[in-house]
Ligand binder design. Structure first.
Ligand SMILES: [Zn+2]
Length: 228
């Protein structure tokens, strides 16, 4: 991964020095996500001009070599990542993936796709996994430091802390959520403290059904705020 980042930095420097960044920034003032035909046509026209101006840079042998090196390094890094999982948990292990159902798309979709090439992946609803203590299963509270700043990544459990010398037990939100995703996946049925209410389930089911119908008919739903 370090090699990939080094090559990426070097290639970005070369693009900046060659003026490619400045040329490609001309596209940022256009968009094809519009209902205005004149604005819609402006984007491909500008894109064609930008492609013509940058073709010489992107087709040079040195650039193609960098891209190939980045590709090889990335594939090597991905293989090492998958091999580490196989070495630690076995080739036939099952991977539980936190899935944000009915919420924003998860930023780990790329990792999920990569892992699913070699292992069985099970999607687990992430509902309440980060705010439920993975030890005592009580609800965690937010943490504010001495300066009064709210730290999103850290939560605290008063119930666990009462058993030890400390008044509170501090947990990392992501680590706690991963432990709960594993617990929910390994349980024969979803634990009650991680379940959604009936209305939320019905709403999520309705959204899923609507999305499947739209997908089958190749219809793209409009955004919630009505913008284009
Ligand atoms: Zn606890």
């Amino acid at each position: 991964m370090r090699v990939v980042l080094q090559v990426q930095d070097h290639s970005q420097q070369r693009k900046g020095q060659s003026g490619i960044d400045a040329i490609e920034s001309r596209l940022s003032v256009h968009t094809w996500k519009t209902n205005d035909p004149s604005k819609y046509l402006a984007y491909p026209l500008e894109k064609a001009q930008v492609d013509e101006l940058t073709r010489k840079f992107y087709t040079q042998e040195k650039w193609r070599g960098w891209k190939f090196r980045m590709f090889c390094s990335r594939k090597s890094s991905e293989d090492r990542f998958l091999n580490r999982i196989a070495d630690r948990y076995g080739k036939d292990c099952r991977v539980y993936h936190g899935d944000c159902r009915g919420c924003n798309p998860s930023p780990t979709v790329g990792v999920r796709h990569l892992v699913s090439k070699r292992f069985a992946v099970v999607d687990i609803d992430e509902f309440r996994t980060s705010v439920t203590c993975n030890v005592c299963k009580s609800k965690l509270s937010r943490y504010t430091n001495r300066r009064g700043r709210l730290l999103h990544s850290r939560l605290c459990c008063s119930t666990c802390g009462l058993e030890g010398n400390r008044s509170k037990r501090f947990v990392d939100r992501d680590i706690n959520a991963a432990a709960n995703v594993l617990w929910a996946g390994a349980s024969p049925e979803r634990p009650p403290c991680l379940r959604r209410s009936t209305s939320v389930i019905q709403n999520a089911f309705a959204q899923t059904s609507l999305q499947s119908v739209l997908r089958e008919n190749r219809v793209t739903p409009l955004p919630q705020d009505g913008r284009c």
